[in-house]
Design a binder for this molecule. Structure first.
Ligand code: F6P
Length: 534
């Protein structure tokens, strides 16, 4: 199937994307609307035949069956023998969802109710620090226990009416030090977010925060809460059970912001807005479950991804939100997509015959335009670009900013596709006064080959509900791409080796031991650190 698609892509390689618009229906036929969103993939080189082949690939991979298996609580994460049920955390339906014969929904609802109670207490001042009402919340976590909450709190800044929220993730002492030095320990709540409660970065930062607080607060653990499934370990740390919000092993770290890991989001924006965020995601879940592939936004977003990466061979994609408050979305999507689909073997343990998931990167527009867009337009690599922008901004008095933002976003996808031909480049150079051979040379630098693919996602305004829709859209896109590649999108064995080696190197560094088995490069690096370190 991939071979047919690749043959088709090769045959279409030299066709211009612009020529596809000779069909007056191109824009409408290669975009889809759902709710109040528009996903336009018409500025790609996918034609009707390619799309049919992609839809066949989708059918052959039995994505429907795999999707039902996920939503019904089957253990589709086979290497960890776990169900994958982040959808249960935002389920607004009345029905049961079973794992190992037990309905998980009562526990999900009970945990959410206790989060709401705690959140209201913190926001109202019923839960106080030694110095009074909580003014600041520090979420200490890493990976999925950090990226989602940090991304969402920034995204929803216009709804933020709770205490200030800060995020500490890096083991680098600079991170926690810079955050804590601006805070009053007597009015700070520390949330230790770690599914396993063993992650070295988080546990080291949590101990440092406890130490910092104990210097001015009599009972520092009273200003700590934990988001974790490891209740023995949270108790050992000194956090009482009524401030521990747990979740089951069927919630993957990078899919966890819908439940307890989202506590800092809930404290920032309040339970009602948090609920709207869940509702948005639930609506996307229903759309994903019940809509034909061609009209299904996550499916078509995924098929566009497969087309660009596995078929056309473009190994990376840029996520370009024209929305400053989505500044952390590219980092969030890096974990979501690369930790999920960066796998070299199939579910059966066979080496993949096509590329694994792509490298995902990006920055908000318009900043990226003044940094790396040069390469997007004139580099030798083709990077499919995924633009996203709201039709409306939140700053009503700054409408002119938003018009400029929109104009820039739309202009970039246009420029990538249309480019600038040599004749126009010559005209430009001539107007600058160049002539003869110098005019030719100058013109070459002003040529844009164009024909570079992009998609654009438009949404009305970045509300909590729309953010829920957006994140669930990307989660399901990752699911579909993983299902087509037949990989396990829900384990992350690739992060283990580095952790093990760091654990082995730390005492060597600290105690100055030699390890005869170390490679010469690592030994040289260690020697340098010993010579210059403190
Ligand atoms: O980097 C590996 C990983 O397990 C991620 O998948 C996870 O989000 C992160 O570490 C943090 O894990 P925990 O929540 O257990 O501290």
């Amino acid at each position: 199937m991939f071979e047919n698609l690749k043959l088709h892509a090769r045959a279409a390689q030299n066709r211009s994307i612009l020529s596809l618009f000779d069909s007056p229906e191109r824009a409408e036929e290669f975009s889809l609307r759902w709710g109040n969103m528009l996903f336009d993939y018409s500025k790609t080189n996918m034609d009707g035949a390619a799309r049919d082949l992609l839809l066949e690939l989708f059918a052959q991979a039995q994505v429907d069956r795999k999707r039902s298996a996920m939503f019904s609580g089957q253990k589709i994460n086979e290497t960890e023998n776990r169900a994958v049920l982040h959808v249960a955390l935002r389920n607004q339906g009345k029905g049961a969802i079973y794992v190992d014969g037990a309905d998980v929904m009562p526990e999900v609802r009970a945990t959410r109710a206790s989060m709401v109670r705690f959140c209201k207490d913190v926001r109202s001042g019923d839960f106080r620090g030694q110095g009074g009402k909580i003014t600041d919340v520090v979420n200490i976590g890493i990976g999925g226990s950090d990226l989602g909450p940090e991304m969402a709190v920034l995204a929803l800044a216009p709804y933020h009416d709770g205490p200030n929220c800060h995020f500490v993730s890096n083991i680098d002492g600079a991170h926690i030090s810079d955050v804590l030095k601006a805070l009053n320990p007597e009015t700070t709540l520390v949330i230790v977010a770690s599914k396993t409660f063993t992650t070295i970065e988080t546990m080291t930062n949590a101990a440092t925060a406890l130490d910092w607080m104990s210097k001015s607060v009599k009972n520092p653990a009273a200003q700590f809460a934990a988001l974790s499934s490891a209740t023995e370990k949270t108790a050992e740390f000194g956090i009482p059970d009524d401030r521990v919000f747990g979740f089951s092993d069927w919630v993957g770290g990078r899919y966890s912001l819908w439940g307890p890991i989202g506590l800092s989001i809930m404290i920032a924006i309040g339970p009602d807005h948090f609920n709207a965020f869940l509702e948005g995601a639930y609506e996307m879940d229903q759309h994903f479950l019940n809509t034909d592939p061609l009209e299904n936004m996550p499916v078509m977003l995924a098929l566009t991804g497969i087309w660009h990466n596995q078929v056309c061979g473009y190994g990376s994609r840029a996520v370009l939100p024209y929305d400053q408050r989505l500044a952390r979305l590219p980092a969030y999507l890096q974990q979501l997509e690369m930790e999920s689909n960066g796998k070299q073997v199939s579910m059966d343990g066979e080496r993949l015959s096509v590329r694994s998931g792509p490298i995902v990167w990006g920055e908000p527009g318009t900043n990226g335009q003044h940094a790396f867009y040069q390469l997007l337009h004139q580099g030798t690599e083709i990077v499919p670009c995924e633009f996203m922008v709201a039709a409306q901004g939140h700053e009503e008095d700054l409408g002119h900013h938003h018009h400029l933002l929109l104009a820039n976003c739309l202009a970039q996808s246009q420029a990538l596709m249309v480019g600038r031909a040599m004749d126009d480049a010559r005209g430009l150079a001539a107007r600058k006064g160049y002539e003869g051979a110098e005019l030719e040379r100058q013109a070459q630098h002003r040529v844009f080959e164009g024909n570079r693919p992009s998609t654009t996602l438009l949404y009305p305004k970045l509300t909590p509900k729309v953010l829920g829709v957006l994140i669930a859209l990307y989660e399901h896109r990752v699911f579909v791409e993983g299902a087509i590649l037949n990989i396990n999108s829900y384990d992350q064995w690739g992060v283990e080796l580095g952790k093990e080696l760091a654990t082995a190197l730390e005492p060597i560094l600290r105690l100055g031991h030699k390890d005869e088995k170390l490679d010469a490069s690592t030994q040289q690096l260690l020697d340098f650190v010993r010579e210059h370190g403190n």
